[in-house]
Design a protein around this ligand. Structure first.
Ligand code: BTN
Length: 249
C-alpha cells in the first residue's frame, strides 16, 4: 500500500509501545506495527485493552503530521470516522461514539488510542487501533462490546479487513493534511454529521472525576462534544468517556 510499511509481530507488550520505540529510532511516517498478541495492550483513559489470541486486529500506525499542533486533536476523531466508514463498506452499520469508539448496534466493536510522542525527529503521533473480529460472546472483554463475527454470524478475513482499515485511515489522513484549513472544516462537518452521539442523551465522565448529563447537540470545529445539560447549560467537552443513555428525540 503506497506510503505504508508493515511490520508484523507475533507477541508484543503493546503495538503503540513498539511503534513509539521505532519512532524514537527514526522510523518514518507510515510504519504500521501489527501484532497477533499484546500482553499489555493500552486503552484510553489509562485503561487496559485485552483480547484473546486470534480474536482481534491490533495494530499501530506511526504518523508525523505536518499539520499544526493545534489541529492534532482531530487525529483520534478522524481515525474513528475512517474506521467506521471502512466497516460500513464491509457491510456493518458502524458509527462513531464521541470521540472515537466505533460502534455497531450501540455496542463497541473497535477502540482507538492516539498518543502524541516526542522523537529526535520531532513530535509524532502513534495511532493504535483494536478491532474485535472473531470473539465469541464469552470472550468479549467488557459488557457493551461486540465483535464482527458475532454481528454477521460469518467468518471475517482479518487480513483483508486490516488492509481496508489502513487504506481508509491513510486516505482520510492524507486528505486532511492536503486540505489545510478547508480540509479541517470538511472533516469537522463530516464527523459531526456522522457521529452517533449527536442527538443522543449522554452521560459524560470527565477527567476531573465529575459527570455531566444532558443531550449532545453537535461536535464543534475544535472536535469538542457540545452537551446541553439537564439544567440548560451548553458545555463543550474536550475529553471524557461518553455513555449513551437515551435515544434520539
Ligand atoms: C480504547 O480504550 O478504546 C482504546 C483501545 C486501543 C487499543 C489498541 S490495540 C492496538 C494499540 N496498541 C495498544 O496498546 N492499544 C491500541
Amino acid at each position: 500500500m503506497p506510503g505504508l510499511r508493515l511490520e508484523v509481530l507475533d507477541e508484543v507488550g503493546s503495538t503503540n509501545q513498539v511503534a513509539t520505540e521505532r519512532a524514537s529510532g527514526g522510523a518514518e511516517d507510515g510504519l504500521v506495527v501489527v501484532a497477533e498478541r499484546q500482553t499489555h495492550g493500552r486503552g484510553r483513559l489509562d485503561r487496559t485493552w485485552e483480547a484473546a489470541e486470534g480474536t482481534s486486529l491490533t495494530f499501530s500506525l506511526l504518523l508525523r503530521p505536518r499539520a499544526p499542533a493545534r489541529s492534532w486533536p482531530w487525529l483520534p476523531l478522524l481515525t474513528g470516522h475512517a474506521v467506521a466508514e471502512a466497516l460500513r463498506a464491509a457491510g456493518f452499520e458502524a458509527g462513531v461514539k464521541w470521540p472515537n469508539d466505533v460502534m455497531v448496534e450501540d455496542r463497541k466493536v473497535a477502540g482507538i488510542l492516539v498518543e502524541r510522542i516526542e522523537t529526535p525527529d520531532g513530535p509524532a503521533a502513534v495511532v493504535g487501533i483494536g478491532l474485535n473480529v472473531a470473539h465469541r460472546a464469552e470472550e468479549l472483554p467488557v459488557p457493551g462490546a461486540t465483535s464482527l463475527e458475532l454481528l454477521s454470524g460469518e467468518p471475517v478475513d482479518r487480513t483483508a479487513l486490516l488492509l481496508a482499515l489502513l487504506a481508509a485511515v491513510r486516505g482520510a489522513y492524507e486528505a486532511w493534511q492536503r486540505g489545510g484549513e478547508r480540509g479541517a472544516v470538511a472533516l469537522a462537518q463530516s464527523y459531526a454529521a456522522a457521529c452517533v452521539s449527536v442527538g443522543r442523551g449522554v452521560r459524560v465522565a470527565l477527567p476531573d472525576g465529575t459527570e455531566l448529563e444532558g443531550r449532545a447537540t453537535t461536535v464543534d470545529p475544535g472536535g469538542r462534544l457540545v452537551v446541553r445539560t439537564d439544567d440548560g447549560r451548553l458545555v463543550a467537552v474536550s475529553a471524557g468517556d461518553v455513555v449513551h443513555v437515551r435515544p434520539r428525540d
